[in-house]
Design a protein around this ligand. Structure first.
Ligand code: ZN
Length: 211
């Protein structure tokens, strides 16, 4: 989840959670927000009650970028997810999602699958959480935004390589539960240079009988 309405969405979610309006017991809310230290290894994790899936695709995908097999929550592009301002590219006043969201339990491990430099993510703004990762590859020419993470294991100036543990998924800055926001931009490019990131995620659908 990420967009111009993210802050508003966060505030609304906080109000909802605080008021118990979505029917969650307080213990469930606490568990969801403090589960960042452990990782569920099950490929079928207990769903986060805050997850809402804005796609008909119910398959679970593995990727070199994250642990387990996960569902897409919000695809890249025009979406009926309510967090984004209407975008001229989209019909019915729908907004545009600049990344691809995959629902995963808080604490799920995230690895790099590319060679890249870790650069400062300060310019990204608060909608990606407090410590989003910005990875840059000068040679190929891309930036990657890894949003809503906690426990970042790399520092600005580090070079990451495929297989390096870089962070853990969280709900930091996300009203819709723990997930990975994966966004590909032009090198040093802004939000409007975001392109379909799916190929770089290298998603592989899990076969049904393996679930
Ligand atoms: Zn997102």
């Amino acid at each position: 989840m990420l967009g111009a309405r993210s802050l508003l969405g966060s505030l609304l979610a906080l109000l909802l959670l605080g008021g118990g309006a979505i029917g969650l017991p307080a213990s469930a809310v606490t568990a969801a927000s403090t589960a960042g230290t452990t990782e569920q290894v099950s490929s079928k994790p207990k769903p986060d009650p805050r997850w809402v899936f804005y796609t008909k695709d119910k398959r679970r995908y593995t990727s070199p970028w994250f642990g387990g097999a996960r569902r897409i929550m919000i695809p890249f592009g025009c979406t009926r997810a309510p967090y984004y301002s209407p975008d001229p590219r989209c019909k019915k006043d729908r907004g545009f999602h600049h990344g691809l969201d995959l629902a995963m339990p808080c604490g799920t491990r995230l690895w790099s699958d590319r060679y890249a430099w870790v650069v400062s993510g300060e310019s990204l703004g608060p909608a990606y959480g407090e410590t989003p990762l910005l990875l840059r590859n000068h040679k190929v020419g891309f930036d990657l935004v890894i949003g809503h993470v906690r426990k970042v294991y790399v520092d600005v100036g580090d070079r990451v390589r495929p297989g390096d543990l870089i962070a853990r998924a969280s709900d930091d800055g996300a009203p819709d539960g723990c997930h990975l926001h994966f966004e590909r931009r032009a090198k040093n490019g802004g939000l409007d240079t975001a392109v379909r990131p799916r190929e770089m995620l290298d998603l592989t659908a899990k076969r049904k009988q393996q679930q």
